[in-house]
Design a protein around this ligand. Structure first.
Ligand SMILES: NC(=O)c1ccc[n+]([C@@H]2O[C@H](COP(=O)([O-])OP(=O)(O)OC[C@H]3O[C@@H](n4cnc5c(N)ncnc54)[C@H](O)[C@@H]3O)[C@@H](O)[C@H]2O)c1
Length: 395
């Protein structure tokens, strides 16, 4: 069976490779020529996949990276894995998704199955994407199938990978749902059918809103614990001895990445429009966005006036051990420190270059080091006796 995975990023690339290992002929379609050139020459563009796995896919002729959308015309299954970020004004931005679905529609053959994996608001598949597919393809609703299956990939997670992470699947029709289930079953162990597209769309948003709300709550609690002089890490460890009804979350400078700070805003936006606002999400978002500013304040507590003070920010990606800086809260931390007059440098061997600046070496030549994203490779002994501010909990 020939398939096309539209978008070869953190979600689409592992999916196309997994499908190619399952002996589907998988076209990896992306409009980023540079990315496709790298993949075509056997170079992986994400941390979780080795160059070797890309090379094997290409050598087997089962993984075919391309920028040519005509491959959709011969595909039995077309999967959509393009970004669904927020706009400048903190609202859902469907530009890439609408662009991709328009391209798919223009090239869709009768009988194909389209599966959307991008994170979206409830109702988006049925009310926004289906009409575009019908209009652009000239087909009728019964000439093709539409399904939704949210991606749950967790970059760098060595335990839960694409094959063993349970997958939700829903279809516009029962036939669509069953075809999608059959497709994934070749390389995913556990698949749960949801009774409607909207159930699967909302379930994904619930998963990530749950994380944003709980992480923001633990960050508020960490601020309180710091104020009264107790260690939040010890508090969490103590609470986590309860064998039921509690799940530990850990403090940080705030959540980042393409999912956790973004997806809940899709849910909040949809809930507002439906007249049933999700106030927990609004508050969690507010707390999350305030965390970098809180740590600027903590830096001032440690150093006094930050003017001309040399501050090193250690780790700038949104979470440890990835090079992904999308929505990283560290950007707001650096901006806040600079606004106070500090001379800010940053160190991150995974990111290396960011916002026109380069990573500097870890050394003792600073007034303060703020541990923002603690990658495993970091050797903090290189900081010598530099004063340290740890954003990860312990006071
Ligand atoms: N990154 C994660 O951990 C994760 C986890 C679960 C769900 N998701 C969701 O999956 C979706 C994709 O996220 P991602 O992290 O893979 O994004 P990404 O930015 O890593 O990759 C998206 C790719 O799509 C390409 N693209 C954009 N528009 C295109 C078009 N019209 N045609 C062809 N290619 C196009 C981009 O060039 C890019 O390579 C989002 O909706 C996201 O919320 C992401």
């Amino acid at each position: 069976m020939q398939i096309t995975v539209v978008g070869q990023g953190y979600v689409g690339l592992p999916l196309a490779i997994a499908a190619s290992i399952a002996k589907y002929t998988a076209f990896g379609l992306d409009n980023n020529q540079e990315k496709i050139s790298a993949l075509s020459s056997g170079k992986s563009t994400i941390e979780d996949l080795s160059d070797e796995s890309i090379r094997q896919g290409i050598e087997s002729k089962c993984y075919l990276p391309t920028t040519d959308s005509l491959v959709i015309r011969d595909s039995d299954v077309v999967l959509i894995c393009v970004p669904t970020p927020l706009s400048e004004d903190h609202k859902p931005d469907l530009t890439a998704l609408i662009g991709a679905i328009t391209t798919v529609g223009k090239n869709l053959k009768a009988g194909s199955l389209v599966i959307v994996e991008s994170t979206i608001e409830p109702g988006t598949c049925r009310n926004k994407l289906l009409p575009i597919l019908i209009k652009e393809s000239g087909l009728t609703e019964s000439d093709f199938e539409l399904a939704y299956s949210p991606e749950r990939i967790d970059p760098t997670n060595k335990t839960w990978q694409i094959n063993n992470t349970p997958k939700l699947v829903a279809g516009l029709t029962e036939v669509a749902a069953n075809r999608a289930k059959e497709f994934y079953a070749k390389f995913i162990d556990s698949i749960t059918l949801c009774s409607s597209l909207e159930i699967a769309e909302t379930a994904k948003l619930l998963e990530n809103s749950f994380r944003l709300i709980n992480i923001s709550f633990i960050n508020e609690l960490a601020i309180y614990c710091q104020k009264i002089g107790i260690d939040i890490a010890e508090v969490i460890a103590a609470a986590a001895t309860k064998p039921y009804g509690f799940m530990p979350f850990y403090p940080s400078i705030g959540v980042g990445g393409h999912c956790i700070p973004v997806d809940p805003i899709y849910l909040a936006n949809a809930a507002k429009a439906a007249g049933a606002p999700t106030r927990f999400i609004d508050l969690a978002d507010e707390v999350n966005l305030s965390m970098p500013g809180y740590f600027v304040g903590r830096a001032e507590e440690k150093l006094g006036d930050l003017k001309a003070k040399k501050v090193l920010v250690v780790g700038v990606s949104y979470k440890p051990n990835v090079a992904d800086v999308r929505e990283s809260p560290v950007e707001a931390l650096i901006t806040g420190l600079k606004q106070k007059g500090a001379q800010v440098s940053w160190h991150d061997d995974l990111v290396k270059e960011w916002n026109g600046e380069k990573s500097v070496a870890l050394s003792s030549d600073f007034d303060l080091a703020i541990i923002a994203t603690p990658h495993d490779y970091l050797d903090l002994t290189k900081l010598g006796n530099v004063l340290i501010l740890n954003t990860r909990g312990s006071i």
